[in-house]
Design a protein around this ligand. Structure first.
Ligand code: NDP
Length: 476
């Protein structure tokens, strides 16, 4: 992106800020939206918060994010607050208001989580919800639950006084705010309880309801302490229908694993992080971000968080995936997996037999299964994938999650010359195999291109150079 006289600056203030993912999210969005704005982190000391906000305004900075530990204290520096941010008691986004000579404060963390659960098809209306934790994030979760008209919220925390404080604040808000609907009020009146019920974490077994929706909002289970969950009693997990862990690293936390092992559905909250950024960006630029750009930024975010160290090679048969993959793995001291060979080993039969006996859909579903498994378990690996793998949308997005995707291309003629004498390619055991290749390439190229992070041409047949090109792209 060109930086010129019209480029706008956006920043993040907090302390520490060194490990933030926000610059990646916002600069990626500016790149893809073609908007000339740059996002940078600012480490601010506690005594400098007011001066930093004032200085940002005077420097014509378009907007700011605010992170720990200033989400609460920054509120005193703002001429106006969004109603939800005021009620939650935390601001993470400052939007420039020329007419007020300052910034308006929003809480896009809460909005981001709300957008995530709507997208994941989780409806909270009339549900009994459990929130584990009573820190800053839990406040936003409880508020969102009230907005979404839950029936009842159990708020469990190790330090019960913190849960009691949030419950008191939120119950007052729920009583006073007309938009917290009739529905949930009627439910509350019926069983004579308040909307938010504070409890000690150790009292979890006194929750008798089943079919629970649970939000995990403590820091337990966060990488690298991945072997812990805030509660480890299987009886509790049997009562959970849906669980959302606000932690997104690792992708599949112990809390999530225990939910799925007991029959529930589990989600991490990486999309919350994405959407708090998307919503802030939309507020700053007064523009809606199209869904395809959001998907691309999400894929880049996932790569950044989870799988920088895997390399995925896609492309048509004969494009060099196996030769290049083996060589890359050897040179970079990585493992190598050929997904077709892996599936054949798992299924105990040849791919041609799976196609003939069970059909293509079964094979694509097997591909999805193994990719889901790889996503959570495999690191430091080069994957050579089956030529049709990226055609199924679900597989395409899994591939992007697993690693950096390189699309190896070659012309139809080069592909034909490389594979024409091959005896184990069922596609070519027919007449007009050149025409078949041309037709399939036409069909598949858009899918390959949409999954690819980087395209590498292999026409030269010099696979050593192809390996060097890939290493250069990876800055290795
Ligand atoms: P806080 O520090 O404000 O709160 C931490 C919470 O964890 C408290 O409830 C605390 O309990 C509990 N806790 C910490 N250690 C233990 C322990 N050993 N045993 C029991 N409970 C414990 O953090 P936040 O509320 O800001 O964040 C909570 C989590 O949510 C973090 O993991 C954070 O990464 C994640 N998060 C994710 C976001 C996203 O975009 N996906 C956004 C914001 C947060 P106590 O009060 O007793 O100390």
């Amino acid at each position: 992106m060109e930086i010129n006289g019209k480029t706008r600056l956006i920043g993040l203030m907090g302390n520490p800020v060194e490990h933030t993912l926000s610059p990646m999210i916002h600069n990626e969005m500016s790149e893809r939206m073609g908007i000339s704005s740059v996002y940078v982190p600012f480490k601010v000391e506690e005594q400098g918060v007011t001066a930093a906000v004032r200085g940002a305004y005077e420097l014509n900075i378009l907007g700011m994010n605010v992170t720990v530990p200033y989400k609460n204290s920054v509120m005193g520096c703002l001429p106006v607050l969004d109603e939800a941010a005021r009620q939650i008691g935390a601001v993470n986004t400052l939007v420039r208001m020329e007419e007020l000579g300052g910034y308006k404060g929003y809480n896009t963390d809460m909005m981001g989580l709300r957008r995530q659960i709507q997208e994941d098809g989780i409806s909270l209306q009339g549900e009994t919800v459990v929130v584990l934790g009573a820190g800053g994030a839990a406040r936003a979760v409880v508020y969102m639950c009230l907005l979404e008209e839950t029936k009842k919220i159990y708020l469990l925390n190790r330090t019960i006084t913190k849960a009691e404080q949030i419950a008191a604040d939120m119950n007052r808000i729920a009583e006073q705010t007309i938009s917290f609907t009739k529905n949930s009020k009627e439910d509350r009146e019926q069983d004579g309880k308040q909307a938010v019920i504070p409890m000690a974490l150790s009292d979890y077994s006194s929750i008798l309801e089943e079919n629970l929706i649970v939000f995990q909002a403590t820091s337990i289970g966060l990488s690298p302490n991945i072997d812990h969950a805030i509660l480890e009693d299987t009886k509790f997990y049997k009562k959970i229908r849906v669980g959302v862990d606000l932690i997104y690293n690792p992708a599949n936390t112990k809390f999530m694993q225990m939910i799925t092992a007991n029959g529930g559905q589990a989600y991490n909250a990486l999309k919350m992080l994405l959407y708090q950024g998307v919503i802030a960006y939309e507020l700053w630029h007064n523009k809606k971000i199209p869904q395809d750009i959001i998907q691309d930024v999400y894929a880049a975010l996932k790569r950044n968080v989870y799988s920088k160290d895997n390399i995925v090679l896609i492309g048509f048969m004969g494009s060099g995936k196996t030769t290049v993959g083996l060589r890359l793995a050897r040179e970079l001291d990585m493992d190598f997996i050929d997904t077709d060979a892996y599936i054949e080993e798992q299924a105990g039969k040849k791919i041609s037999e799976i196609f003939n006996e069970d059909g293509e859909d079964t094979f694509r579903n097997l591909e999805t299964e193994v990719l889901m498994n790889f996503r959570n378990t495999v690191k430091n690996t080069v994957f050579s994938t089956g030529g049709g793998m990226p055609l199924k949308k679900e597989n395409a997005s899994l591939l992007k999650e697993i690693g950096t995707v390189f699309y190896l291309t070659a012309s139809n003629q080069v592909i034909y010359d490389r594979v024409k004498n091959s005896v184990n390619r069922p596609l070519l055991q027919r007449e007009n195999s050149y025409e078949t290749i041309c037709e399939l390439m036409r069909e598949r190229t858009p899918s390959y291109e949409s999954v690819a992070d980087i395209v590498v041409n292999t026409n030269s047949n010099h696979f050593k150079e192809v390996v060097e090109d890939i290493k250069k792209e990876l800055k290795l």
